[in-house]
Design a protein. Structure first.
Length: 162
């Protein structure tokens, strides 16, 4: 009987311990989407085009991006204001803040733009399921072929779970 009490006394502080450490995880993967010639409203904001595609890696599932505005197409620098919607393979949703993607024409390739070097960073601000209360960021690196309506990106970042 004494051994049970000793074990309980040793374990009790562990049962009541509270940690302020964040449960953060590095994530990475890829995104392949097609640009769709759709216009409309999302969350009360007009959008001029949208994408729909797949995500691989740690956050695998599907993603769509609403282009709220695009400026500079046909110049060396194009800037897009975007709104994302992301659903994981398990059905959880990741909420993302609106972002700005600054892209740069790739050499002499007309209509081909690249993003990288922190020119496209997206902040995570919650979600559903395991992403409820999550925070973090994703940096994207890749290319957009405007003529073909194709986007290929790599993402890497950190998510801190509640």
């Amino acid at each position: 009987m004494n051994k049970i009490w000793i074990a309980l006394l040793v374990m009790a502080p562990c049962l009541f311990a509270h940690s302020d450490e964040k449960n953060c995880k590095e994530v990475s993967g890829g995104i392949v989407t097609n640009v769709l010639a759709e216009k409309g409203k999302v969350n009360g904001q007009d959008f001029v085009a949208t994408t729909l595609g797949t995500v691989t890696g740690d956050l695998r599932g599907a993603i769509g991006v609403y282009f709220l505005s695009i400026t500079g197409v046909g110049t060396p620098t194009a800037v897009a204001k975007v709104h994302h919607h992301w659903v994981t393979e398990t059905g959880d949703t990741i909420f993302l803040e609106n972002a700005t993607a600054t892209s740069f024409q790739v050499g002499t390739l007309s209509g081909v733009y690249g993003v990288g070097d922190d020119s496209y960073v997206v902040m995570i601000n919650g979600g559903t399921g395991r992403f409820a209360g999550a925070t973090g960021w994703l940096k994207l690196l890749g290319v957009l072929n405007i003529g073909q309506g194709e986007v290929v990106l790599r993402y890497r970042g950190e998510i801190c779970f509640k």
